[in-house]
Design a protein around this ligand. Sequence first.
Ligand SMILES: *Cc1c(COP(=O)(O)O)cnc(C)c1O
Length: 401
Amino acid sequence: MKMNEYIDRAEQVILHTYNRFPVVMEKGEGVYLYDVTGKKYLDFGSGIGVFALGYNHPGYNEALKDQIDKIIHTSNLYYNVPAIEAAEKIVKATGMSRVFFTNSGTEAVEGAIKAARKYAYLKDGGHDHEIIAMNHSFHGRSYGALSVTGNPKYQEAFKPLIGNIRFADFNDIDSVRAQINHKTCAVILEPVQGEGGVYPGTEDFLKALRALCDEKDILLIFDEIQCGMGRTGYLFASQKFGIVPDIMTSAKALGCGVPVGAFMLNEKTAAASLKAGDHGTTYGGNPFATAAVSRVFDIFEKEHVTEHVREISGYFEETLDHIARKYDFISERRGSGLMQGLAVEGIPVGSIVSKALEEGLVILSAGANTIRLLPPLVIEKEHIDEFSEKLQKVLDTFSAE
Ligand SMILES: *Cc1c(COP(=O)(O)O)cnc(C)c1O
């Protein structure tokens, strides 16, 4: 069947909530994707930061096949072995104390918000607690997560959102301090902002925020859904600066393709927030999803994935810096590890992303004017060279105009 016929069929039955590129993807191998016509793409988007290990990683696929033959789902009325093992690995990796598995990132954020409000409620019995979130943040599309997403465009048609949310400026501690009052129960932020345009949090800001939250007994929530799981060269981005939040969220590369997320609470928060009956999910933590999580942690350790990211990202940054210097319409490179952005001026980013796709290169956009790059964490220098060649070919067509 022709690609256009699939697309026509899709538009008849799938709700049009995305302006999709006219490509039907079929399979993947390593760092490459193939569409239904057999055309090959170098994938520097990883399914939006999900396929960190590349497609068809043998150890990963085997873990899933084995688990399918044992059991895919039970329910949260019972314990299951993969969930226990996965949670142990997450606790060890994060320094958090308890894990709750979800099916997506947005659900992890919902849980984090509920835990923070319950913690504050148990302290003073109030129902008016406030949460501070950041401008240009992204935390998901369900109501709680949308309410703390600092992007009016996503919120406008869906009001009223959940109340008592205030917004501050990222990387500006005075702006956060100005929003704090006796009702503030939590601050939520991404240590590296992703969708908002790839903005890394500075060490000074994140450390000052940790100190401020400690001083006022405000819970610090790090949304590591995009920047976590090795993306920045550390298993979690906040670990680069040795900062530990009270609540952390993860998803995207947590299961490297299986839909799974989690929120984690430290000892203090776990001891005094969500209790039996306060929160639940049918699928969350099922053995299929958690077998994936468990194997992902094993592979990260065995293949030294975070070390590899730290080694290779210097070369990636040099390559991008070269590109940023070469083209007038690229004003800067921003990012951390293998989470990088190129700020574009005067050209719609969508047209660059679209042209790249024609050229057999998958890249992403972020915010209004940023090319976002989230390659699989297993890329090698040769892939970066191939990426560079392809992207320059694309960018040349714009500088000629
Ligand atoms: C993608 C993302 C989410 C939402 O995750 P979904 O799985 O799409 O619900 C939340 N926070 C951040 C930082 C993200 O990048």
